[in-house]
Structure formats: C-alpha cells, structure tokens
Design a protein around this ligand. Structure first.
Ligand SMILES: N[C@@H](CCC(=O)N[C@@H](CS)C(=O)NCC(=O)O)C(=O)O
Length: 223
C-alpha cells in the first residue's frame, strides 16, 4: 500500500490527485501546519530529514520531492497513462513542464509569500517603515515582474493546446497545478489570463481532483 505523508494546504495535494487519476489504493498520513508559522510539524522530520511534504512510502521505497514522486508513480504504475509517448514533441514538453513547475514557476511565488509575511508580520514599530520599504521594493522590482513574465509565458504556451504537453491531459498538468493555484491565490493570476484561468477550471472539474480534495481535507492555498 502506498502511504502519502500529506500536509494540509500543500503540494502533496498533487500526489493524492495523481493517485486518484491512476485509480491506485493509498493511505494518507495527515500532518497539520503550525497555525502561526505555517511550517510543517516536527513529526515530518522522522519521515524525511528535510521535514517537508510530500513524501511517499511504497514498500521499501521512500521518496520526497513532488516531481520525483509524480515521475516514479507514472513510471511504476501508469502503464503508459498520463505520459506522452517517448520520442515525441509532446514528451519533451511533458519533461519541460514537469521541471518548470518547481524549478521556475514556484521560486518567485515563494518569495512573494515570504515578503508579504515580512511586510505584514509583527515587528517593533520603528523597524516597520524600513522593513515595509524593503519588502515592497523586492516585490515591485524583482518578484512580481518575474511572476508576471512566467504567467505571460504559460498563457502563451496554452494557445492552441488544451494541456501543457499537448492535446492530452498528462501528469505534467498535475505538477503544474500547484504553481498556478498559488499564482491565483497570491500572484495576480485572474481572468485577464483566460487560458490559464480555463486550465484551472478544467482541472478543478475533474472527478479525480474532487476525490483527492475529499481525501486530503483542507486545501486553501496560503496568501
Ligand atoms: N520542491 C519540493 C518542495 C517541498 C515543500 O516545500 N513543501 C512544503 C509544502 S507546499 C512544506 O512542506 N512546507 C512546510 C515547511 O517548510 O515546514 C517539492 O516539490 O516537493
């Protein structure tokens, strides 16, 4: 039985969704973020030294890093499902987006989360104007322009194709869901980018996505 170490409001939701798409049985071990710091509880460190989610266990195999987990599950249990055929342009796009999600899309979104928290967090009153000015400068000069450029690029890449790899839904779309949901929650992704908004509508309507939400519990991305 595959065990998913699942943190509320987190990337591990993607793993539950993939398992639902593949129709595999699995067990969810839930962990709750600290209400103040939003960090994972220390118990996750007993599962993996970094103490982050997702981590899966499958027999004697233990694996972290959501992209690696998605690739492992598709290779081991997919029987050719959710991955374009080797050697096709679609397969190259699949690999590209599988890596783009965590490698390029997430970093500026994470920075946005951190700098928003610095700006709004508790601090001595005399430090606040300086901290706010630094946070706003970082966001306006680097973070938001990078988020916007990524969003424009992704919007363009969905012109004439329904899914990131091509005409068929694939596991790359599952991997791409988290940065796009994060961008919708905190990066300014809205109806002005209709193809990305449509992508989110399409994935949210999938029965497997809905089932995974029922299994995973609370999933409201951090703002
Ligand atoms: N690149 C890793 C990122 C893992 C990660 O940062 N997970 C977050 C959840 S979205 C986490 O566990 N955060 C809690 C913490 O850092 O304490 C992946 O894709 O699995």
């Amino acid at each position: 039985m595959i065990v998913v170490h699942h943190l509320n409001n987190s990337r591990s939701q993607r793993v539950l969704w993939l398992l639902e798409e593949l129709g595999l049985p699995y067990e969810v071990k839930r962990y709750q973020r600290d209400a103040k710091t939003m960090l994972a509880p220390p118990e996750l460190r007993a599962v993996h030294p970094l103490g982050k989610s997702p981590v899966i266990q499958d027999g004697g195999t233990s694996l972290a890093e959501s992209g690696a987990i998605v690739e492992y599950l598709v290779a081991r249990y997919g029987n050719g499902r959710l991955i374009p055929a080797a050697g096709t342009p679609e397969r190259l796009r699949y690999t590209y987006w599988m890596h783009f999600a965590e490698g390029s899309a997430m970093p500026p979104l994470l920075l946005k989360l951190v700098f928003d928290r610095i700006e709004k967090g508790p601090m001595p009153f005399f430090v606040r104007p300086v901290a706010r000015a630094i946070a706003q400068r970082a966001k306006s000069s680097f973070i938001q322009p990078n988020i916007d450029r990524n969003l424009d690029f992704m919007e363009g890449e969905l012109a004439g194709r329904e899914w990131f790899a091509g005409a068929e839904f694939s596991a790359a779309d599952i991997q791409m869901s988290f940065p796009l949901e994060a961008a919708q929650a905190r990066g300014g992704l809205d109806a002005k980018r209709p193809r990305l908004a449509g992508f989110l509508e399409r994935i949210h309507a999938r029965p497997a996505y809905r089932r995974a939400i029922d299994k995973g519990g609370e999933y409201a991305l951090l703002r």
